[in-house]
Design a binder for this molecule. Structure first.
Ligand SMILES: Cc1cc2nc3c(=O)[nH]c(=O)nc-3n(C[C@H](O)[C@H](O)[C@H](O)COP(=O)(O)OP(=O)(O)OC[C@H]3O[C@@H](n4cnc5c(N)ncnc54)[C@H](O)[C@@H]3O)c2cc1C
Length: 471
């Protein structure tokens, strides 16, 4: 085992969106302050970007991981500016405006506001009557409530299953009976706490939005990608950092060292290749489940807590059809499927409607997601079975009888951390352990939000804060 002669100021473990944006924030602020920053970024894989991966296959642009992020934090524009990508951002085509949900046997358009729910045919009259009683719903029972319980308590069981559960599974692929509302949808928990109910909150905020002159119903963030797909962002990070990013370098353990003779205070990081590196500050941005054994030598308790986070997997199946074979497919963004429908698909996104440049113009490209915590067998299922399921469900729901002219299956076991009941308290205990280890930052999508926007923006801000004036 060789001891690296050089000591770094910051070593980031994991070149996914979280680690790259943390490094960018730290480096930017250090440069502005005229401080040098000896920086290293290590990743076990042979390409940076973690789950973000765009593949081009003929005229198809295939996002096997995320297909966009919500442009909802100011830091995101700053990241694009820093990477020279601001004028390359790609937004959904107007035709993608409508979203659908499977309700009462067919796809129905999602209403745009609470009032239009009452006129939509997603809910039966009885469920609408219950929905109207939302302002008088039973109070919060105390403690960490599940997503399903919260939704049923406030909106009634039918609206909960028809609307909230599909939205939840579309993001987390989780189990709504185990997921924590406060951790998965903190905004909903906040609206109830601060305004006494969802309708009251919407009504009050509507007035505020009008006062600010933003226009009622303005989206909280627009879905953003690039014409070459999301890998454009990762490629720009990779170009920016150059040789600072070292791929194929798995970190197997981290320990606290120094101060002592010839060693300053910091961390010793050991890689699977037997190399050791010394760094004053360490940012761990790999998935929590992959870090359990890595942090054990540093803090046994932290390792145990990180091991408590469960992960779910999904299968992503792309299928393309000739438009002439898909005439009954409604124009829009895609559709979500409630668990009570007894189907296998969690949802399908109409990629070529959202981003027409990502498929040949005479074809409809769909990205279909299956599996999750409630159907884990579909993450293990073989290609033929997954393609059969998708074909059968497209036949019944979209009226597509023809075989796809293109298909591709990708499986991701253990890709999505689950924010289950108790997650907030678990995070607080993890944060407490980390705070006791000066110079350590631990992040990744188990910590500060699962969406790409949160991974990018929150870690960029953290990097700036840790290396700024007071850092
Ligand atoms: C299939 C799928 C679809 C998604 N769709 C969307 C979407 O449309 N919109 C959205 O906003 N979000 C989406 N998400 C969520 C979002 O993409 C992820 O939460 C986010 O990309 C996670 O980024 P990260 O950097 O925290 O982690 P990761 O992407 O997991 O990156 C962690 C990195 O750490 C590396 N690593 C692991 N162990 C080690 C080690 N021991 N040593 C060194 N390196 C290590 C890995 O190789 C990896 O590169 C999706 C996620 C998945 C899986």
């Amino acid at each position: 085992m060789s001891d690296s002669p050089e000591s770094l100021d910051l070593l980031v473990v994991g070149a996914g969106p979280s680690g790259l944006s943390y490094a960018l924030g730290a480096q930017g602020v250090a440069r502005r302050l005229g401080k040098g920053l000896r920086l290293g970024i290590l990743d076990a894989a042979d390409r940076p970007g973690g789950w973000v991966h765009t593949r081009s296959e003929g005229a198809y642009t295939l996002e096997t991981g995320p297909y966009g992020y919500l442009d909802k934090h100011p830091e995101l524009a700053e990241i694009l500016d820093r990477l020279g990508l601001r004028d390359q951002a790609l937004y959904p085509a107007p035709a993608a405006k409508n979203r659908y949900v499977l309700a009462r046997g067919r796809l129905r358009r999602m209403p745009s506001g609470p009032l239009s729910f009452l006129f939509s045919r997603i809910l039966r009259p009885r469920a609408k009557l219950r929905l109207i009683r939302e302002p008088w719903a039973a109070p919060h029972p105390g403690g960490d409530e599940t997503v399903a319980h919260f939704a049923a308590r406030r909106l009634g069981p039918d609206a909960a299953e028809a609307l909230v559960v599909p939205m939840f599974t579309g993001i987390y692929a989780g189990d709504p009976d185990r997921a924590s509302l406060a951790s998965c949808f903190p905004r909903m928990a906040e609206l109830e706490r601060d305004h006494g109910g969802l309708f009251k909150a919407l009504w009050r905020l509507r007035k505020q939005v009008r006062k600010a002159g933003q226009g009622v119903g303005a989206p909280r963030g627009e879905l953003t990608s690039f014409s070459g797909g999301l890998s454009t962002l990762i490629d720009a990070f990779a170009d920016h950092f150059g040789a600072v990013v070292r791929l194929g370098t798995e970190v197997i353990s981290v320990e606290r060292v120094g101060p002592g003779p010839g060693v300053s205070d910091g961390f010793r990081v050991t890689t699977a290749g037997g190399e050791t590196l010394h760094t004053a500050r360490l940012a761990l941005a790999a998935p929590a489940r992959k870090l359990v054994e890595v942090v054990r030598p540093l803090d046994e308790v932290l390792a145990g807590l990180m091991g408590e986070i469960s992960y779910g997997g999904v299968s992503v199946v792309h299928t393309a059809y000739h438009r002439s074979d898909a005439r009954r497919v409604p124009e829009g963004f895609g559709f979500l499927v409630p668990r009570q429908a007894g189907r296998h698909l969690l949802g399908s996104v109409f990629v070529s409607t959202i981003y027409p440049e990502q498929a040949p113009s005479e074809e409809l490209l769909l990205r279909n997601v299956l599996g999750g915590m409630m159907q884990p067998d579909l993450v293990e299922a073989d290609d033929d079975r997954l393609l059969e399921i998708v074909a059968a469900e497209h036949r019944e729901l979209l009226g597509i009888e023809a075989a796809p002219c293109f298909s591709e299956v990708v499986r991701y076991p253990g890709c999505l951390p689950q924010y289950e009941v108790g997650h907030g308290a678990l995070l607080a205990r993890m944060e407490e352990r980390v705070a006791g280890l000066d110079g350590l930052y631990v992040t990744g999508n188990a910590w500060r939000g699962i969406g790409l926007a949160d991974c990018l923006a929150k870690n960029f801000a953290a990097g700036e804060a840790h290396f700024g004036e007071d850092g």
